[in-house]
Design a protein around this ligand. Structure first.
Ligand SMILES: [Zn+2]
Length: 69
């Protein structure tokens, strides 16, 4: 079940983690992803914040669902 990190401002998919075992390092932390983008969304230039659980979406049967609600 993929995990998707999304910009809270524009919904841009910052990173999609397809499955456990995709690479050696496993699921990157939100702060690692923020570092890759220098803390700024590449699409809308919004400042990225450390996401809370409800900002992290999980793709389920083709739909993005929130982990928390
Ligand atoms: Zn954005």
């Amino acid at each position: 079940m993929p995990v998707v990190y999304i910009c809270k401002n524009c919904g841009f998919e910052l990173y999609t983690f397809e499955r456990v075992g995709q690479d050696y390092y496993g699921l990157p932390t939100p702060s690692e992803i923020m570092n890759w983008y220098s803390g700024v969304c590449p699409k809308c230039n919004a400042k990225l914040e450390r996401p809370t659980l409800d900002r992290i979406k999980v793709s389920f049967r083709g739909k993005l669902i929130s982990l928390k609600r």
